[in-house]
Write a protein that binds this ligand. Structure first.
Ligand code: TYD
Ligand code: MG
Length: 454
């Protein structure tokens, strides 16, 4: 009999070793190693010599019909790149309780009514619980079947018998394969289950959506191991306390990864937000120092957001810097630019920067607004409530051009903003836009003067 082999895998980065280690030499994580028992070989790896495998010439390969099905939720379709591609494997990740099951149950309705047979496999809820939720969400379709099961062998048999067009596995962490001795949710189980799901999906051209809970470290259990296997990875994020949720594509073999979808969790499930800019700015305090609106591009979509800053005097030796929703190092760098290029000294002040609504943005065009917000909070002069600003700030204090300036300015004009400070190099592109005054700035100093904060 073959000897059972064990190895240890870092749950954070996937590093493998033959011995257990306290600290991962690759990612530096502590206590991240988990034992993995190698699955008994199914003999798939031995290719008989009689069945010669030949590569295909590129020109002789028939292109796959890009058959997409709309989910009935334009926000979700956008993130998927235009709907679910038949035969694809989608991973939806997110914190427990964020609304993954709700979202997936909601799309069943529409898919069912467009003639797709859907199998919803839940390892977390009983059919009665799902029925209760479906009733609340108004999901009524004869094309939807529910299976409460965690044994993957049974699920596989049901899928083979039912031949659905779409299978939803909620969640991958509850599923287990009997032959593997590790517990459900362990790296081995999660990886093997996903790999078997992938084979079924690709072989029978069934689309599969798997749900993956994010562990407290912020990664889907066995994160890298799942991400490389699936076609599309979507993260569902948002603050538990706030009602809105953002769906973000992190990987997409069938579309762009920059797109986001915005939803709001209501009593009767998730509602789509068609105008997220307006939504993000609700409740904004006007004419208060330290508040500046900017326009960020999320994929092809402009999004207006409010940057807030608070600058307060500190008698401690080392002042605090805090960034919520954006890169901490970027804030530190912008403070240095302010000190050096605009002579605003912040060494004895704590500086806090926050993007309201709990959104996270990693786009350099944010720089101008962050810089303005800090300066405005420091000098106590509010910027005009009808003004937006965007642009990347360079280390020499220059304001650098950003992409898609036109879309950003149009969005601001649409929402009633009356003026916009932007990098001078972008000025030409936006000259046609009506209803908003575009002002070009070449440097940080100019930016601060034009906004009236110094
Ligand atoms: P759920 O979809 O079960 O989360 P996940 O599958 O990601 O773990 O969402 C659960 C939360 O959503 C729960 O806290 C209640 C809330 N909720 C609503 O506010 N309205 C609704 O209509 C539903 C179904 C859930
Ligand atoms: Mg759930």
């Amino acid at each position: 009999m073959a000897k059972i082999k064990t190895k240890y895998i870092c749950t954070k980065c996937g590093y493998e070793t033959s011995k257990w280690l306290g600290k991962c030499p690759d990612c530096g994580g502590f206590s991240t190693f988990e034992e993995e028992v190698e699955a008994p070989s199914s003999g798939r790896n031995h290719i008989s010599t009689e069945r010669a495998v030949k590569p295909q010439g590129l020109s002789s390969i028939k292109p796959l019909e890009d058959e997409r099905t709309s989910t009935g939720m334009p926000e979700l379709d956008r993130v998927l790149g235009g709907g679910i591609v038949q035969g694809s494997l989608v991973l939806v990740g997110g914190d427990p309780g964020i609304g993954k099951s709700t979202l997936l149950l909601q799309i069943c309705s529409k898919l069912g009514s467009s003639g797709k047979k859907v199998l919803y496999v839940s390892g977390e809820e009983s059919p009665q619980q799902i029925k209760l939720r479906a009733d609340r969400l108004g999901v009524t379709t004869d094309m939807l079947s529910i299976l409460s099961e965690t044994n993957f062998n049974i699920i596989e048999a049901v899928v083979a018998a039912e031949k659905p067009d779409l299978v939803i596995i909620d969640s991958v962490q509850t599923m287990y394969i009997e032959e593997i001795p590790s517990a459900p949710g362990s790296v081995t189980q999660v990886r093997e289950t996903t790999s078997r799901i992938m084979h079924i999906g690709k072989k029978s051209n069934i689309s599969v959506i798997i749900v993956g809970h994010v562990t407290k470290e912020g990664a889907i259990a066995g994160p890298r191991m799942l991400e490389h296997m699936v076609d599309t990875v979507l993260y569902f994020e948002g603050e538990k306390r706030a009602s809105y949720r953002i769906l973000r594509a992190v990987k997409n073999r069938f579309g762009s990864t920059n797109e986001i979808g915005v939803f709001e969790m209501r009593e009767k499930g998730l509602a789509e937000i068609d105008n997220p800019s307006e939504f993000m700015l609700t409740g904004r305090a006007e004419d208060v120092p330290g508040s500046v609106v900017t326009c960020s591009m999320e994929g092809t979509r402009p999004l207006l957001i409010e940057v807030q800053s608070l600058v307060s005097y500190t008698s401690f030796g080392i002042p605090r810097r805090m960034a919520t929703g954006m890169d901490y190092n970027r804030v530190v760098l912008l403070i240095a630019v302010l000190e050096k290029r605009a002579n605003i000294q912040l060494a004895s002040y704590d500086v806090y920067v926050n993007l309201t609504g709990g959104i996270r943005i990693a786009e350099p065009s944010l720089d101008a607004a962050v810089l303005l917000a800090i300066a405005s909070a420091h000098t106590g002069r509010a910027v005009d409530k009808g003004l937006i600003a965007f642009g990347e700030v360079g280390l020499t204090g220059e304001l650098r051009a950003v992409a898609m300036a036109q879309k950003r300015v149009s969005e601001a004009a649409k929402l009633g903003f009356t003026s916009c400070i932007l990098p001078r190099a972008n000025l030409k592109e936006v000259s046609q836009i009506k209803g908003i005054k575009a002002i070009g700035a070449g440097s940080v100093e100019e930016l601060l003067h034009l906004a009236g904060v110094v």
